[in-house]
Every structure is written in C-alpha cells, then in structure tokens.
Ligand binder design. Structure first.
Ligand SMILES: [Zn+2]
Length: 115
C-alpha cells in the first residue's frame, strides 16, 4: 500500500524566480507573456514565471530571471505593466496565505489595534 502521509505535499510546488524558494502554487503569482505584453494569469497559455512577492519581481527583473523563465530576452518595457498587476495579485495571495504557516511579511506600518 502506498500512502501519502502528509496531505499538504499534494499541493503543487513552484519555484519563485526571484528568491528561488519553492512554495505552494497557491502562494505564488504566475506571470505570462501575452501578445499584449506581460500579464498575470494562472490560466493563460505560455511559459509561466512564478513570483512570491513584489520584491521578488524586482529581484527577478534585475537578474533577468524572466529571460530564463520565458526562454528569450525580455525587454524592460515588457515588464512594466506587471508591477501594478502584481500588486493587485499579491493582495489576493496575502488573503489566501492566512491559511499557511507563519510567513514573514515586511510591513512598514505598525499593526492597527482593533478594539
Ligand atoms: Zn520570491
């Protein structure tokens, strides 16, 4: 009998192209290059470039990790629309990540005290 002792291992893992950390697919955002330019989509056809944070977007852009993910030279202007799209996308991911183990999130603002 083959069993999977840890059910969480069933979640597909992807590697962030910025920090190279493997994370559950649900905690990452997938960037693809469409004819209209780079966009954020989990379903669009094409090679996916996975990112875990907006910081990693900058890291990946600087390291030309998008070139490697998409297998060709990516012009900086191609990535420009991604920055805002990623901000929106990570807002959603952060909500999903509440179910994940503790994640360090850099936050400039002090936590608001509810009461
Ligand atoms: Zn990352």
């Amino acid at each position: 009998m083959v069993t999977t002792p840890d059910t969480r291992s069933a979640a597909p893992l992807r590697t962030c192209i910025g920090c190279r950390q493997q994370r559950p697919q649900s905690a990452l955002v997938r960037c693809v290059e469409s004819p209209q330019g780079a966009t954020v989509s989990r379903t669009a056809a094409g090679r996916g470039a996975w990112l875990c944070s907006a910081t990693c977007f900058h890291t990946a852009a600087r390291r030309k990790a998008f070139d490697r993910a998409w297998k060709h030279t990516v012009q900086p202007h191609t990535l420009e629309p991604l920055e805002q799209l990623l901000r929106n996308a990570f807002d959603d991911v952060i909500i999903n990540m509440e179910e994940l183990p503790t994640v360090e999130v850099a936050n400039d603002e002090p936590a608001a005290t509810k009461g």
